[in-house]
Design a protein around this ligand. Sequence first.
Ligand SMILES: [Ca+2]
Ligand SMILES: [Ca+2]
Ligand SMILES: [Ca+2]
Ligand SMILES: [Ca+2]
Length: 238
Amino acid sequence: MLYGQSGGGLGDRTDYSAGFAPVAIIVGDLDGDGRLDLAVANHDGNTVSVLYGQPEGGFGGRTDYDVGVWPMDITAADFDDDGRLDLAVINNESNWGDISVLYGQPEGGFGGRTDYGTIYCPSQIVAADFNGDGRPDVVVSNAETGKEVCVFFGQPGGALGGRADYSLSYEGTGIATADFNADGRLDLTVRRPCGGLARRGENVYTDPMLLDVAGALEALPDLSVSGQSRADARQTAR
Ligand SMILES: [Ca+2]
Ligand SMILES: [Ca+2]
Ligand SMILES: [Ca+2]
Ligand SMILES: [Ca+2]
């Protein structure tokens, strides 16, 4: 951690312990005390480390929670609408890819872990309310063979359901959300790897980076829905 200094710039580094092979980190007030906390996904440790912000500054000792095998990315949202942030972690090697959700507990900490099967080899997870029902949803991209994204819609009570898989025409790994067409509904972008750079081998990309916009999961031209029709998927989304 490098803290901002009053005169500008960043101070000397302070190190905090995480688990084995940390790969992803998020910042949020996980215990609701007004101070920012950290949650770290530890790839080889199969854990998440939570470090709480301290009154005097800095972070306290970590608390580790078990997740699936080879966690890759982490996000936070209040999935069960109890006012406490919950954690969602994608695991690369659990059942060929799953999501572990850990719910914030009234007494502090996280529990009630629930795992959901997702697409093969997931690499990134983002939480956002795609269908505008006030409950956070999640979208997952995958690596290596990543020509698809998977969306789960938040259910009453905090579960993830209504899964819909969307295939892409390219290996898309990086995902981000914003209302790109200003219609009041969140859209989804999937980054095409290598962008304008050519890559040698089987997959050679020479086009500029594509920015595909899905108008509330409806309008992405080269997005197709597997396992259900677009109309069904839109209905699911609502
Ligand atoms: Ca806090
Ligand atoms: Ca919660
Ligand atoms: Ca939602
Ligand atoms: Ca939109």
